[in-house]
Design a protein around this ligand. Structure first.
Ligand SMILES: *Cc1c(COP(=O)(O)O)cnc(C)c1O
Length: 228
């Protein structure tokens, strides 16, 4: 399946008008296909697997911003710490601590999103509100322990469902958590969080996600074709 350049240009035009950032999800896709989108101007790419991200990064232009959007195991953080731009799938305090540790080792500040469990499907990773509270308290109470990370906001995946009501209810829930924690950051003057990014929406539901307040969408199959 060739890269859908027409769709890419349409999306870029659509998102430019609405201040939405497009992450091209390139998992399983070849270096050549990624380069095609790069040549059209795309710089933000999302990968789900550590080894794949590391291998592609070494073969592609250095100004690509690599987003890690998969489930990240603590013992693999060190492999991406020197090169990753935004880790979108932080789903535990333990992982955040490890990211901070590895970021410090490479003398970087790594930007992260906390992944929230919004879909009522138990196959998906993510934090609940109680765990989010816990992480925000840790950022507040021990800022020096988190000097090498910045939490930029939340990421979530709604259910794969034709039921638009269900999907939009889940998205609204994520948006309201985002607003809640944005206020927490502001009120406590937390220096290691911005809460400026709400990453939700994929090929099948990005339009609804933007309507519900997303400002970062992660799109794979619409651009690269269905993953077989
Ligand atoms: C694969 C993936 C996407 C992209 O999915 P498409 O339906 O192909 O657009 C987005 N987000 C995450 C976390 C993914 O794993």
């Amino acid at each position: 399946m060739p890269v859908n350049e027409i769709k890419y240009k349409e999306l870029v035009a659509e998102f430019a008008a609405s201040n939405v950032q497009l992450i091209a999800v390139s998992k399983i896709q070849s270096v050549n296909d990624i380069k095609r989108l790069y040549d059209l101007g795309q710089r933000d790419f999302g990968e789900n697997y550590v080894q794949e991200l590391v291998a592609k990064q070494s073969q592609l232009p250095a100004d690509i911003r690599w987003h890690f959007i998969g489930h990240l195991q603590s013992n693999k953080v060190k492999l991406i710490a020197p090169i990753v731009h935004l880790i979108q799938g932080v789903d535990s305090l333990k992982l955040l601590v490890e990211i901070n540790k590895q970021a410090k080792k490479t003398d970087r500040v790594i930007h992260c999103l906390l992944q929230v469990h919004i879909a009522h499907e138990d196959t998906k990773f993510g934090l609940d509100e109680e765990e989010l509270d816990l992480i925000l308290s840790a950022l507040k109470d021990q800022p020096s322990e988190f000097a090498n990370i910045i939490v930029d906001g939340l990421m979530g995946m709604a259910s794969f469902s034709d039921d638009q009501n269900k999907v939009s209810t889940e998205m609204k829930a994520l948006k309201s958590l985002f607003e809640k924690y944005k206020v927490v950051c502001l009120d406590n003057d937390l220096r290691n969080c911005t809460f400026s990014i709400l990453s939700m929406g994929m090929s099948g539901d990005y339009e609804l996600a933007i309507k519900e307040g997303s400002n970062m969408v992660r799109i794979g199959s619409l651009l690269f074709g269905a993953r077989l």
